[in-house]
Every structure is written in C-alpha cells, then in structure tokens.
Design a protein around this ligand. Structure first.
Ligand code: PLP
Ligand code: COI
Length: 339
C-alpha cells in the first residue's frame, strides 16, 4: 500500500525519484540527462542568479477514470516557454525536445502520480535558466533546461470552496510593456509582498489592477480572473497578464456550453455586476471567489453567499476536470495519453 496520503496533499514541493536536465552549450542543446539529485551546481556569476534569466512552466498529469495517465496541454506549455525564452533572450527549446523531456519526467516518476479520485495530480515544472557567467548585463551563452515533478493537491487550501481576495493598488506585479505576459521569475518576485500581505490580512490572494491606470482587473495572483454575467464568460484583456492555458481552455468550454465569451478590459466597478467570479490556472484549476475587498476603499463585492461555488463555475470546473481525467472526450487534442 502506498504511504502517500493523496487526499491530504497540499500544493508544494514533494521529492520524487528523478528529474531531467539538458544543457545548451556552443549554440546547441545536448542530450536529455536523468538525475536523482535535487540540486544543481551553478557558476557564481550565472545570469539566472543576477539578471533574472529564468523562465518556468507549470502543467499537470492526471490518472484518468480508466487508469491511463493524461498530460494536459503539453504543447501549449512548450510554446509559452519559448515565448518566455524569447522575452529574456534565452534559446528556444525545440517542441520535440520539450515533449520528450516532459514525458520522460512523468514516466520516471510514475509511482508519484496520484491515483484517480483523490483530487490530486502530478505537477510538472519545467525550468529554463541562464547558467553562463556574465557580470555586465547581457544574456548568457550557456543555459540549462530542467524538469521536476511532484504530486500536488489544491493550490488554495479551500480547494473548490470559494476564497476571499483583495484588490491592491499599491503594488504592481508587471509593467504594461514589461514581462507580465511571459512566465518569468521576476514577475513572481514582484508579487511576493502584495501576496504575503493579502495572506496576513486573511485573503487567499491579491488581485492586481492594470499598472498604468489602476482601473481594470489584471490577474488574481498566480491565476487569471473571470467573471460571469448574463450567460457570458468575461475575462481581462491586458498586456501585462499571463495568457493562461486554463483560461484559454475554459473559453472554449464556455462557448461549448452555449455561453458568450468576452475577452476585454474589466473595470473594477463591473465587479458589482457579476453573478459569479473566479480565478483559473493550472495550480488553481478554478477557484471560485466568494468575496473581493478593495483594500484601499474597503468596498466589498460578495458572491456565492451560501458559501458554495456558483452553478456555472461548477459546470465549467466539472467539464475541465472531465477532459483532464478522461470522463469527457478530448475533442480538441488537448491531452497526451502516456503509452
Ligand atoms: N497567471 C499567472 C501569473 C500564473 O502564474 C499562472 C499559472 O501558470 C496563470 C495565470 C495561469 O496560467 P495557466 O492556466 O497556463 O496555468
Ligand atoms: C501554475 O498554475 O502552474 C503556476 O505556475 C502558478 C504558481 C504556482 C506560480
């Protein structure tokens, strides 16, 4: 019998057996290497340590109802990693190399993939870092691509139960023409103070507004934001948010459910008009939001008064989980089933 308490898992680091590494030297990627060490050796002047040449991804593998392992939107994560690479002047990872590395990392740690029905999954974390030494500000000549994996439970401890979030205006996570739309470590460093304060003040996350005008909703911490009204799924259009692959998928599912989909600016005042709101992302899946408080004005927006997620959020959640776990057909080729 397994010693892992799959049901009790939180979202965090979990040591597994192996990770994957690949080096970029002399202008080309080498072979995938397998390591059982949790550590890497770095040059003290590596650009990832000094100048933030670091990008990462996040995706999940699930055990389906049929016992098969399914990885959700592997190629889309690879494409985004390459957009991040371009954004920080790092080398792109060929799609085939990315795919092979992800599959290898999952297969080598098969015993750590949570079984079906425990609300847990295997989180896959690809990482691309500048390892070459530079002291002047310029891109490295050498890089490392790594993948580690680990079983995880819900990102917000409430799981699918609604969370409270706080609008902040005294911090930005990304500038309008900065790196907000790519998945690089600097954005997360910039979000730490607002996120930590939100936790201290009793909220699951901070909600950031557009950095320029502070008028529109940007993101809900490490997740995108959506609101539902009049049978319409509304989600922010902003240059400084991460294009969430979960959100992209939910927009397709919402349309399939007969809803309208709008990707546009969402003024803060519009929060008063939504019937349901939520955060979405790989880690967050769908986290329904029961209450949003504007930290500056104290204004409150209340949703799902009975403490339960709204019916549309629940339907979206079930459809998405259904595709990920093989209960619904994979009409769009979002799933890689492990052989
Ligand atoms: N926004 C931010 C800032 C994130 O870190 C994430 C997580 O990846 C998301 C949104 C959700 O994106 P995805 O659905 O691709 O995981
Ligand atoms: C994800 O949802 O994959 C994320 O990367 C969110 C967070 C853990 C950074």
């Amino acid at each position: 019998m397994s010693a892992i308490d799959w049901k009790g898992l939180l979202f965090g680091y979990f040591k597994t057996d192996y990770n994957i590494r690949c080096s970029y030297i002399n202008g080309k990627w080498g072979k995938l290497e397998v390591s059982d060490s949790e550590y890497i050796t770095l040059h003290i002047a590596a650009t990832c340590l000094h100048y933030g040449q670091e990008a990462f991804e996040g995706m999940k593998a699930f055990t389906g109802i049929d016992g098969k392992i399914r990885i959700f939107r592997l190629d889309e994560n690879g494409k985004r990693m390459n957009r991040s690479a371009l954004g920080l002047m790092m080398p792109e990872i060929p799609a085939e190399l990315f795919r092979e590395a992800v599959i290898k990392a999952v297969k080598l740690n098969i015993k750590h993939i949570p079984p079906h029905g425990h609300g847990a999954s295997l989180y896959i974390r690809p990482l691309l870092i500048g390892t070459g030494a530079q002291v002047g500000v310029s891109p490295a000549k050498e890089y490392m691509f790594l993948i580690f994996v680990g079983p995880v439970g819900p990102y917000f401890k409430e799981g699918f139960s609604p969370v409270r979030m706080q609008i902040v205006k005294d911090f930005d996570r990304a500038a309008p023409l900065g790196t907000g739309s790519i998945k690089v470590g600097g954005n997360y460093a910039a979000s730490l103070r607002a996120g930590d304060r939100a936790h201290q003040e009793g909220y699951a996350s901070a909600i950031f507004l557009d950095a320029k005008e502070k008028k529109y909703i940007d993101e809900a911490g490490p997740a995108n934001f959506f609101g539902i009204k009049n049978n319409t799924y509304v989600t922010p259009d902003s240059v400084s948010i991460l294009p969430s692959i979960t959100n992209m998928s939910l927009r397709v599912i919402a349309e399939e459910m007969g809803m309208k989909v709008e990707k546009r600016q969402i003024p803060v005042e519009e929060l008063a008009e939504f019937e349901e709101v939520g955060a979405c992302g790989t880690a967050a899946v769908i986290s329904p939001i029961c209450k949003i408080v504007d930290r500056e004005t104290g204004k409150e927006y209340i949703y799902c008064k009975n403490g339960k997620a709204g019916p549309i959020s629940e339907k979206l959640y079930n459809k998405l989980k259904g595709i990920q776990e093989g209960l619904e057909p994979d009409k769009y080729g979002w799933i890689t089933v492990l052989e």
